[in-house]
Design a protein around this ligand. Structure first.
Ligand SMILES: Cc1cc2nc3c(=O)[nH]c(=O)nc-3n(C[C@H](O)[C@H](O)[C@H](O)COP(=O)(O)O)c2cc1C
Length: 94
């Protein structure tokens, strides 16, 4: 994949975020399997966290995941969009 990403920092960043998303979901599912709950978050200061963890210059930060034992039940869900609204097959309608 090297040459495909070379010289294209935006694509490299997109690729990293795609991989982070897949890793995050795997971690969250594994946590659930181990009896923990989890919550993904992007509401934090990326630069401050980068400084704290000594993030190398050629790395980027993705969302953070809190994992732990639930202390209370989740809020009721506001509802779910229908599959028709979120899934596009072949092409968008004109
Ligand atoms: C990648 C990602 C980042 C998120 N970041 C935040 C955040 O910074 N603050 C926040 O209140 N919710 C954030 N959320 C939403 C919560 O993690 C959570 O999904 C939301 O509170 C609804 O909970 P539920 O999915 O259990 O209904 C984020 C969700 C995702 C997928």
């Amino acid at each position: 994949m090297g040459p495909f990403h070379e010289g294209n920092p935006q694509l490299q960043r997109d690729e990293a975020q795609r991989s982070i998303g897949m890793a995050m979901q795997t971690i969250m599912l594994a946590a659930r399997d181990m009896g923990y709950d989890s919550c993904p978050m992007i509401g934090f200061e990326f630069d401050k966290v980068a400084e704290l963890i000594h993030l190398p210059k050629d790395h980027c930060i993705g969302p953070m995941i809190a994992i732990g034992k639930r202390s209370k039940d989740t809020w009721p869900k506001p509802g779910q969009l229908s599959l028709d609204e979120v899934m596009i097959t072949d092409r968008f309608r004109d």
